[in-house]
Design a protein around this ligand. Structure first.
Ligand code: NDP
Length: 411
């Protein structure tokens, strides 16, 4: 068994597809389906030439359950790897239930008209997946994804009790553009303009956007200003590791990036509601009023994250800084992380490091399922599975990890 259907054909899907083809002994049948079929065709042609595979393609609107059902009934995949946008999570899960297909994604559901993400919508599918004997794996990118698996690994091997968890995400790359986002601009800007949120002593504490920040030192990179953000993996980790007293997520931003973001917000082009806009009619008969969402318009004029790779230097560094009671009963600290070079990612897949660090874990999650190592009917976050085989694969598939025991966590 090893029939996979990838939905979406953006930066993350491109990396995952390369990696899936590199593991074609396990993934015996591969299809890429997305809204714009021409993109799938171009990628499939490149993959088939490079890896000797027989990747097929299809057009699908993943907002439409009937279209998804028709595609899945025809192709009959063992697993659907959802690498479209978070808006499509629920329709794809519905289609999986209708057709008896297993499911995986890298980002939790968000309604289009509300910049708000939480797991409750997807967790509501637990019983239905369990009853159907189907596995749904949620959040298998880097963060969420590898950061949650790092936490599971720390809990399994190093700690009796994890008490403090700080997830730290640094992108120290330079793409030589005045302003660009590293993954889908619409999703990215919705995420980082939200209020901050962290967990402490059983409660969530809300902050103004970017209100809390601190200089942190990243391995091989040095000091970078790091900002506390709300991030989805905290929600499941504090439930699955109830000894956690405080859990936070930090991401680095440069001054120029934050200045652009401030202007974007001040002029209102981050709005996600529809506005009316007068555009020239295609037949030249004057103006017509069209409805546009300002943030979607901004996405259309910003650089495409997939085009950043060729000129991208530097690296990312993402990890977990953990403090708690070790297996010896004493307090210990532990820092587990990966550094990923944008240039190396580009040379291998034609995509930059942020797509690479998301697409590789997505492939590994699917590999875990196909090999029968992560099969558990229901809807699960990645930390609910055995982290060990996944951690082994990270080292083999291009995202090696490093550990520092009892160092200064700075947090
Ligand atoms: P892109 O915008 O590059 O790609 C999205 C793809 O989905 C495009 O091919 C797009 O098609 C397709 N798509 C969008 N809507 C539909 C639809 N209705 N039907 C079918 N296809 C559709 O995004 P990225 O590759 O950067 O990101 C992909 C996912 O990865 C996102 O959900 C993002 O949140 C997540 N992510 C997760 C991370 C993690 O660490 N966990 C980190 C980074 C990203 P078209 O080409 O026609 O627009």
């Amino acid at each position: 068994m090893g029939k996979i259907l990838i939905i979406g054909c953006g930066g993350v899907a491109t990396v995952a597809a390369h990696k899936i083809c590199q593991n074609k002994d396990t993934f015996t049948d591969i299809r890429i389906a997305s809204r714009t079929k021409s993109k799938c065709d171009a990628l499939a042609e490149l993959l088939n030439k490079r890896y000797g595979t027989n990747v097929t393609t299809a057009a699908v609107d993943a907002d439409s359950v009937p279209q998804l059902v028709a595609l899945m009934n025809e192709y009959k995949p063992d697993m659907v790897l959802n690498l479209a946008l978070p808006y499509q999570d629920l329709t794809i899960m519905d289609a999986c239930l209708e057709t008896g297909c297993n499911y995986m994604d890298t980002a939790n559901y968000e309604p289009k008209d509300e910049a708000h993400f939480e797991y409750s919508w997807q967790w509501a599918y637990r019983e239905r997946f369990e009853k159907a004997g189907l596995t749904a794996i949620l959040g298998c990118g880097f963060d969420p994804g590898v950061t949650s698996i790092y936490t599971a690994y720390a809990a399994k091997h190093h700690f009796k009790e994890i008490q403090y968890l700080d997830i730290v995400d640094c992108n120290a790359g330079n793409h030589h553009k005045a302003f660009a986002t590293n993954f889908n601009p619409e999703i990215n800007i919705r995420e980082i303009t939200q209020k901050g949120l962290y967990y402490e002593n059983g409660k969530y504490i809300e902050t103004e956007p970017m209100e809390i920040h601190k200089t942190l030192n990243y391995p091989n990179i040095g000091p970078r200003e790091s900002y506390l953000l709300h991030h989805e993996e905290i929600e499941s980790l504090v439930i699955n590791y109830p000894t956690i007293r405080r859990a936070r997520f930090w991401m680095t931003f440069g001054e120029a990036y934050l200045k652009h973001l401030e202007v974007i917000q001040n002029i209102g082009i981050d709005r996600i509601d529809e506005i009316e806009y007068k555009a020239p009619a295609a037949d030249g008969s004057g103006d017509v009023v069209v409805k546009i969402v300002p943030l979607q318009f901004l996405k259309a004029v910003l650089p495409n994250p997939q085009d950043l790779g060729s000129n991208y230097e530097g690296e990312t560094s993402i990890g977990c800084r953990i403090r708690g009671i070790g297996n010896d009963g004493k307090e210990h600290t532990y820092y587990v992380y990966n550094n990923c070079s944008h240039q190396a990612a580009y040379e291998e897949t034609g995509m930059q490091g942020v797509s690479y660090t998301t697409g590789v874990p997505a492939m590994i999650g699917a590999l875990m399922f196909m090999k029968g190592l992560w099969v558990k009917p229901g809807v699960h976050n990645v930390e609910e599975f055995d982290p060990d085989p996944f951690m082994d694969e990270l080292n083999k598939q291009g995202l090696p990890w490093h550990e520092i025991h009892d160092g200064d966590l700075e947090l």
